[in-house]
Design a protein around this ligand. Sequence first.
Ligand SMILES: C[S@@+](CC[C@H](N)C(=O)[O-])C[C@H]1O[C@@H](n2cnc3c(N)ncnc32)[C@H](O)[C@@H]1O
Length: 300
Amino acid sequence: MQENDRQWLTLDLLKAAEKFFRARNIDEARLNAEMLLAHVLRANRMDLYLNHNRPVFHRELEEFRLLCRERLRGRPLQYITGEQFFYGYSFTVDERVLIPRPETELVLEHAIERLKANGCTQNRKISVLDIGTGSGCLAVTLALMLPTVDVIAVDLSDGALEIARCNAAKHGVSEKVRFVKADALDPGFSEEFSGKFDMILSNPPYIPEPEWEGLQPEITEHEPKMALTTPDGFAFYHSIAASSSVLLRPKGILCFELHADGARKVSGIVRSGGFENIEVHRDYAGLDRVISGVLAECKG
Ligand SMILES: C[S@@+](CC[C@H](N)C(=O)[O-])C[C@H]1O[C@@H](n2cnc3c(N)ncnc32)[C@H](O)[C@@H]1O
């Protein structure tokens, strides 16, 4: 990559970049090289191999070198390319939002299963409140997958709401997802919404503050701290479970993403919020990742 006069071909440049990343201990060196080169050439990864003899022009080479250096400084790949896939859909991301994680796809899958099991079918309007929407990955994908769903998606960050609105527009669901700025920790949170929801869905900040410094620098130096931490890790579960009993219709569903060590405690919070049929689901690594419950009907 350093030879200035050389005419690079796509595959040769890919191999050189992989070697460059590997020598500097960047994980998944080949994938990083592919994603960055595909971004610069406005192509997809497969195109790099289909057009392996395509010459890389000087301007493209300069841009590619710049991006490789950014990656080397630890900026996450997704913020460099401005894109992350979630459930097969492309989401625009930048430093104002958390990069959607694969484990959050399980929250989506489980939410859909629970809505279906609860009798929310294609024939009836379904209303969902997504708390802490970030990039909008849960709200937008839900709207894409369930044609009768309407979502209100809440975040406290203006930057996140801007990105989320852009993602809803990108996928043609702006009519089905309404974005609202609100503070889920405010005691008056539930008063901001009228009507009864079928589901409340949330991947809230759940990393306890003291754990923040121990996370990888790629996270602490680039991802928004407010998207990830709370003082003890449980503030959002307490607050959302308390307001859910007001915001949900009877038999409405509450569905949370979990900190892997939090299932027992969150289960207690959800139960004392008036929920029953509580289920905990594990991710592919065997860690507790999703919890959901059904709001009990008032007796008597
Ligand atoms: C873990 S991120 C989840 C983002 C997205 N839903 C996802 O799953 O990738 C939590 C989100 O909650 C938002 N947030 C933090 N504090 C909040 C508050 N007090 N009220 C509402 N949203 C808040 C953050 O801005 C962030 O977008």
